[in-house]
Write a protein that binds this ligand. Structure first.
Ligand SMILES: [Zn+2]
Length: 510
């Protein structure tokens, strides 16, 4: 069986005085965790036990019961009547931290020993300069609510048992946001502070039949795969579904990259302008906090929308494998601050879309995600694998214009949208890899490309360079073409909504 886990985050609505209660509850929890961490440090042997036995041992050490009225280190000094489940949550948190700390201490000791063993025959002794790990100095853990610390949970509310600073009391809070989805098992909710608001995070878990590995799936001719070509301009993602035997079933163009990058570039430009007017920027202090927050939120939201659409498309056409290409290296760009930063963020967004699509696909019933070598995917014809001519509409049909919309294969006369052709090639790469496993080694290719980029600042593989000649940048597509801001002339105020991208992308599940 395979597992899919995620957390549902819900904002809380509560009377203002509750915030102080939640803070007091968290402070008490962290005191108890620190107390148990100290206990474990003084009785290090506990860590050799399994979690359950360790928990029992720690409770014996600290908890006053009728059978052991005088425990070695009584916990009662911290607060009266700590509920058993609150104590156990704290013990588990402390055990987790202690295990992490002692294992890093162990590896540090091993490294030190190795270093000292090396020093014996050398003429000059070099001291071991690496610092040992230190136990946490302060604790800031969120409080999990084990069963019996919460009750009456429904769509819009929950009742939590909380230490208010003077007593234990049941507090009713209102839950905002989406409900827990069906078909998931719920874990213990957690009270999490974000800024000055409190949120409830609930981990949920789904188990399903584990899908076969990609290699096994690709031996069946009917297996469908959804290949995705990510761009920075025009369409953020172009997806196409094909079967292993080569039947092309559907294509989808997602998102308006030009609008997104235009919006982002405008915000970055405003930051640059503000900074030039301010002159010196204070250290350790975020300047233009609201503008940065807006940029962050826009990127985050678009990545979520695009990845959700990709997965929705794959599910609709019953694809069981999602294929992306390995992202090339970020090529440094010349130009204004806003232009450079814009390219960088657009590049980061690509990675984010892949990351989100991966977990969303897994949650959508175990669709697995693969990556293939990106070399020449947009230069080769998906029908005959010859090199294509890439051109813009109303331009002469010749040469290769990176980022152009159309392509034509001089050998088989295939005419298509260039990004669709690229996405089909990406899918074919995976199939080819399974048929000839020696032919493609994506990891080495990527490593080599990164080495080139360190030397020359251009992330292209050497093979590609040799084939295409130095005059044409061999990295696929003109990823920079959207570096030119499109929204410079337009005036959009801070609070104005994004151009229709968000509404276009909005996904309606069910
Ligand atoms: Zn062709």
């Amino acid at each position: 069986m395979a597992k899919a886990t995620k957390a549902i985050r819900q904002a809380l609505h509560y009377p203002p005085q509750y915030a102080a209660y939640f803070a007091a509850n968290q402070a008490l929890f962290n005191r108890v965790v620190a107390f148990y961490f100290d206990c474990i440090q003084t009785h290090e042997g506990i860590l050799s036990l399994k979690n359950k036995q360790a928990l029992t041992a720690l409770e014996k050490l600290t908890h006053t019961t009728e059978s052991s009225p005088h425990p070695v280190i009584p916990l009662t000094d911290l607060a009266p009547d700590i509920p058993a489940m609150f104590r156990r949550a704290a013990i588990n948190a402390a055990l987790g931290s202690a295990r992490a700390f002692f294992s890093s201490l162990k590896t540090w000791r091993a490294r030190k020993e190795k270093h000292e063993a090396k020093q014996t025959k050398k003429r000059k002794k070099r001291p071991f300069r690496e610092r040992p790990p230190v136990p946490p100095r302060s604790w800031n853990k969120s409080v999990p609510f084990y069963a019996s610390l919460w009750r009456e949970r429904h769509t819009h509310g929950i009742v939590l048992k909380v230490w208010t600073g003077s007593c234990w009391s049941w507090l009713k809070v209102h839950l905002l946001g989406r409900d827990l989805p069906d078909g998931y098992a719920m874990g213990s909710p957690q009270l999490v502070r974000k800024g000055d608001r409190w949120w409830l995070h609930t981990p949920i878990e789904k188990t399903f039949e584990a899908p076969a590995k990609s290699g096994a799936q690709l031996t069946t001719a009917q297996t469908r795969l959804c290949a995705v070509d990510l761009n920075l301009d025009k369409h953020l993602a172009v997806c196409s579904v094909q079967t292993v035997d080569g039947t092309i079933l559907a294509t989808s163009f997602i998102g308006n990259g030009t609008a997104v990058s235009g919006c982002r570039k405008q915000l970055l430009g405003r930051i640059a302008r503000n900074r030039s007017q301010t002159g010196i920027i204070a250290e350790n202090e975020q300047d233009n906090a609201d503008l940065w927050a807006k940029i962050r939120h826009v990127d985050e939201q678009i990545a979520h929308l695009v990845s959700a659409r990709i997965v929705q498309f794959a599910t609709k056409h019953e694809a069981s494998i999602l294929v992306f290409e390995h992202l090339g290296n970020l090529r440094p760009e010349k130009g204004t601050y806003s232009r450079r930063s814009n390219t960088k963020r657009a590049y980061w967004m690509k990675g984010r879309i892949v990351r989100y699509a991966k977990y969303k696909a897994w949650h959508a019933g175990g669709i697995i995600t693969c990556r293939v070598n990106a070399r020449n995917t947009s230069r080769e014809c998906h029908r005959c694998h010859a090199l294509v001519i890439r051109y813009n509409e109303s331009e002469p049909v010749e040469g290769y214009t990176p980022g152009a919309a159309l392509c034509l294969c001089p050998q088989c006369q295939m005419r298509d949208h260039a990004d669709r052709n690229a996405s089909l090639r990406i899918g074919q790469r995976l199939i080819e890899r399974m048929q000839e496993p020696q032919k493609e080694k994506p990891l080495t290719a990527v490593r080599r490309a990164s080495r080139v980029s360190q030397e020359t600042g251009v992330g292209i593989s050497q093979d590609a360079k040799r084939q295409m000649g130095p005059s044409i940048p061999a990295a696929r597509r003109g990823d920079q073409t959207n570096g030119h801001g499109t929204a410079q002339g337009r005036k959009r105020r801070m609070g104005a909504p994004l151009p229709d991208i968000a509404s276009q992308l909005r996904v309606h599940f069910e």
